[in-house]
Design a protein around this ligand. Structure first.
Ligand code: FES
Ligand code: MG
Length: 571
């Protein structure tokens, strides 16, 4: 057996190993330092990340499993990000969390790590950090919440907030009734129960090979989650003994599998930036175009909100992730391994679908082509993404005049103005919402529709933005426009009244302005006034170093890996 990494702290009988051991003893027996694996439980439990608040209990089951397998579990609270709480957007802090996680894993005497996440940014940040340290690692997803109901009707987290609030604005739902739905929205512990970003990234962590097979999608309150947490602790010890690392598990094949799954599941567009960022940490060659090439023709099989009807609890009951993957088994890379050391495809053997309404057969998909489409044109030289499965079919080819907003505040100030010159054919353009501009690339691209159009019964319009969209949102929204307006992207040049042409079939997004005029046009000075200019702190570092959406919006100095090298002594 190779020498454990933790032995570089604990082995020997000199003063420094004494210090490292003595301060850790606190009831641990002497044999805790005899070479058994020390395994961190990177725990994003926090009262301010309510979707992850139950992870301390999950951590105890993981710890039991680590003990049982002969390892030493070490709870390591790490930076946690609550999607609904932190401002200006959780995404601003994803890279910071990943950096802190990476550095604390590297700085500490550990041999492996169990990554406990749930809410949107937490699993991406954990995977990015773990990838850059490349210690043996396994994800334990916290799981989705149970389905809440209001007046007998199921509520989808996020999605139904958008829907109900639009109904209020359209005058078809009373404000009091809307308020009453509030306490029904969150039924139990766990993360959002729609196929939003948290559900998507929990499931994709498994497809990437980074969880115990069969775990992802287990509802947070389900007893089987704790059983799986226990088994994950056991597996973590095996991983350390096998010296199996994220770089061996998350290969290009695993990422292509994740792209296939993303389409079949109808997952969140946010997975595009997260998967690109994780791949960037590992040096895996993955581009935004891979999502279109590999995923666009994959059928949508899962009937979950926001693209469909059901919720995560239903998916689990219907057979779960493995039942979905079994339907698209022929599209998966058979060589891509998981943390078990065996290929993902090997784990799908006995997968069955128990409810064909929730998980459709391959031959009868909800949509034949479900993946993300990547658009290019004079508005998006480095690409933009659209999720046709969450869009209106009649708008996928559209030409209409732009109504431009320079910031979210500008949008909110003018959107419901009865004099705003807007029709159902208009294209709403919102800029200044990219990584640098906001800063942090918030989920604002699914702009609300003008009240006067809602009153007319309009429920979708073409929208174009350099920000992101909540994975729980829906609509014909072109997002992640790159480069963003604040980075010199041509979105800054659009003027209200320019004709915008969206042609998803041909993967185009253009302003129909004669080329010479377009080339000569200056960016809007009004737009520039809305961009962030932080003078210090993380925001400044972020704005100075963050990349664009098409490469995952990671900071340039965080891409790649420094490995698990042990630094010089502290004393
Ligand atoms: Fe945490 Fe939706 S707010 S997963
Ligand atoms: Mg979100």
């Amino acid at each position: 057996m190779h020498q454990r990494r933790s032995a570089q702290w604990y082995a020997g009988d000199d003063r420094n190993s004494y210090i490292h051991r003595a301060w850790m003893r606190r009831g641990l027996p002497a044999d805790a330092f005899d070479g058994r694996p020390h395994i961190a439980i990177a725990n994003t439990a926090s009262d301010l990340t309510p979707c992850n608040a139950h992870l301390d209990e999950v951590a105890r089951s993981v710890a039991d499993g680590i003990h049982r397998a002969g390892g030493i579990p070490l709870n390591l609270p790490v930076v946690s990000i609550g999607e609904t709480q932190v401002r200006p957007t959780a995404m601003l802090w994803r890279n910071m969390a990943a950096m802190a996680i990476e550095e604390m894993l590297r700085a500490n005497p550990i041999d492996g790590v169990v990554l406990l996440g749930g809410c949107d940014k937490t699993i991406p940040a954990l995977l990015m950090g773990a990838a850059s340290v490349d210690l043996p690692a396994v994800v334990m997803p916290g799981g989705p919440m149970l389905t809440g109901t209001f007046r007998g009707v199921p509520l989808g987290c996020g999605t139904d907030v958008w829907k109900l609030s639009e109904e209020v604005r359209a005058g078809t739902l009373g404000a009091a009734e809307f308020q009453r739905s509030e306490s029904s929205m969150i039924r139990s512990r766990g993360h959002c129960n729609t196929m939003g970003t948290a559900s998507t990234m929990g499931l994709l962590a498994e497809v990437l090979g980074m969880t115990l097979p069969g775990v992802a999608g287990t509802p947070a309150p389900d007893s089987r989650l704790l059983e799986a947490a226990h088994a994950t602790g056991v597996l973590a010890v095996e991983l350390v003994d096998a010296d199996r690392r994220p770089s061996q598990v998350m290969t290009r094949g695993s990422f292509l599998n994740a792209i296939v799954a993303l389409a079949a599941l109808g997952g969140s567009t946010n997975a595009v930036v997260h998967l690109l960022a994780i791949a960037g940490r590992l040096g895996v060659d993955l581009s935004q175009d891979d999502f279109d090439r590999t995923g666009a023709d994959v059928p949508l099989l899962v009937d979950l909100l926001p693209a469909g009807r059901y919720l995560m609890d239903d998916l689990y009951r219907a057979g779960g992730l493995h039942a979905v993957l079994a339907e698209v088994r022929d599209l998966l890379d058979p060589a891509a391994i998981t943390v078990t050391g065996r290929p993902l495809a090997d784990h799908l053997g006995d997968a069955r679908v128990y409810d064909r309404e929730v998980i459709r057969p391959r031959a009868e998909p909800l949509r034949p082509h479900a993946g993300i489409a990547v658009l290019y044109g004079n508005l998006a030289p480095d690409g933009a993404v659209v999720k046709p499965a969450a869009a209106s079919a009649h708008l996928l080819r559209h030409r209409g005049p732009a109504v431009v907003f320079d910031s979210v505040e500008d949008l909110h100030a003018r959107l419901d103005d009865p004099d705003l010159d807007v029709t159902a054919d208009s294209v709403l353009v919102l800029r200044g919402c990219g990584p640098k501009g906001y800063p942090g690339m918030p989920e604002v691209s699914n702009m609300p529709l003008p009240a006067k159009l809602l009153e007319q019964g309009v429920r979708d319009m073409v929208r174009v933005c350099d920000g992101r969209m909540s994975g729980t949102a829906y609509g014909t929204v072109v997002l992640h426009v790159a480069p963003e307006a604040a980075a010199g992207g041509p979105l800054a040049k659009v003027r209200t009244g320019d004709m915008i042409v969206l042609d998803v079939a041909n993967r185009r997004l253009d302003a129909d302005v004669p080329a010479e005029q377009w080339a000569a046009r200056e960016p809007s000075p009004e737009a520039a006034k809305a961009y962030a200019a932080p003078s210090r702190g993380w925001e400044r570092l972020y704005v100075d170093t963050v990349g664009q959406a098409d490469t995952g919006a990671d900071c340039d100095f965080l891409r790649g890996s420094s490995g698990d090298r042990v630094s010089r002594e502290s004393h």
